[in-house]
Design a protein around this ligand. Sequence first.
Ligand code: AMP
Ligand code: MG
Length: 489
Amino acid sequence: MATTLTSLRFDNRFARLHPSLYQVVDPTPLPAPYLVAFNSDAAALLDLDPAAALEPEAAGYLSGAIRLPGAEPIAMLYAGHQFGIWVPQLGDGRAILLGQVRNARSETWDLHLKGGGQTQFSRMGDGRAVLRSTIREYLGSEAMHGLGIPTTRALAIVGSDALVYRETPETAATLIRLAPTHVRFGSFQVLASRGLEDRARELADYLIGEHLPELVGAPDRYRAWLEVIVERTADLVAQWTAVGFAHGVLNTDNMSVLGLTLDYGPFAFMDEYDPRLVCNHSDHDGRYAFDQQPAVGLWNLARFAEALLPLVTLEEANLALERYPARFNESYGRLVRAKMGLATERPEDGGLVEEMYSIMAANRADHTRWFRALGGVTATTEAPPAELLASVHDLERLAGWTTRYAARIRDEGRPEPARAAEMRAINPKFVLRNHLAQQAIDRALERDYSEIERLRRLLADPFAEHPEFERYADPAPPWAKDLVISCSS
Ligand code: AMP
Ligand code: MG
């Protein structure tokens, strides 16, 4: 693996599809670009040597200012429901698919540049992204990957001193993110709304060919493909729910057809457990509150299934959608049992889990620390461990629950060190708390980018103890409550 930026192997399959699916457009260079972050783990997906970051023109290539040999930049067309309201045309307004790289394992990765300037889909926007939001997406997506949850990846951030205007002037930056495809639910919605059935068929066949080759040519492939997307979306939302992640902007244009976490805006890995958490300051009605995500996932899938109606029958669409609730419950149930170190499923578990979350919510217990501390409860536990005691004021209720939980563990009779180790492998010690991201941003604004790399490396391995990084596992400081995260990015 010693590919340089100029020898990446491009194979731009999306650009071979019908031109009505995209606009051919070059990025608009940012003045005097400089490299802010380069992710050697993501580079490996492209067979790209980490030394690429040191190439003289790296910032130019990675910001789209200089075209990579073989790249064919395009902006993708899509539409979507934003906060429930149909918007007939969105599209890559500030993102540009530079091209697709094929690696030695025959995987194809989209190189998607965010903040690369205006396209025909920019509407009123400037086509730019600010450094703050690129750092949040870079760290958020890599943290998600570290947790084992499907997501786009992040390759590099390039900064510039050029100013862009949000609530205040901020410096611009670009992010290259990677995914096997950036096609969204909205990519099909736009085709359906325009009556472009042939284009929808072409796009679906492309995706099936790339990602589900076993379905190629099957007469019922669109139905089978829809079912896969329903299941992957249910699994994804279950994983978010189990880890305490709120996406913040679950519009249909931010829903990946591969079930990846896509478009990191005002997301949050929650600190205190709050099922009503609304992490997007602009979401006044709480449409995308944490506990609404499972229902929103299904609503979005219903809009997607509607858009496929020329390709699948109404009955097939409904049958596919009907799989969602059971699939979500099964995935989520399995994850929560694993988080609690339970190997079997019992009828009484529902009550045990409900009471646990109710105690966590009533006491605003720290979500990540709570689950990490659960490993301290064993078959012989008589009183709650110190970490749980410290996170709860209703001690009597906690004691009652701990007794039930310990009895349940005793009943199962699993060997203890193994159980605790398995719990540590599913309950992360570290998540990208808002204040940690903010600290990396604040330092980057002072031109110190070291905290971005430190956090990225830590969050790539969030289940290990990392005693030298203990403070990164601390609960959020009081000032974190004042951080306002909006859609503006
Ligand atoms: P998002 O909320 O980031 O998922 O973006 C929703 C839509 O707005 C997408 O079509 C984006 O491309 C577009 N958009 C967001 N910010 C900008 C911007 N600064 N300039 C142009 N288009 C933008
Ligand atoms: Mg988006």
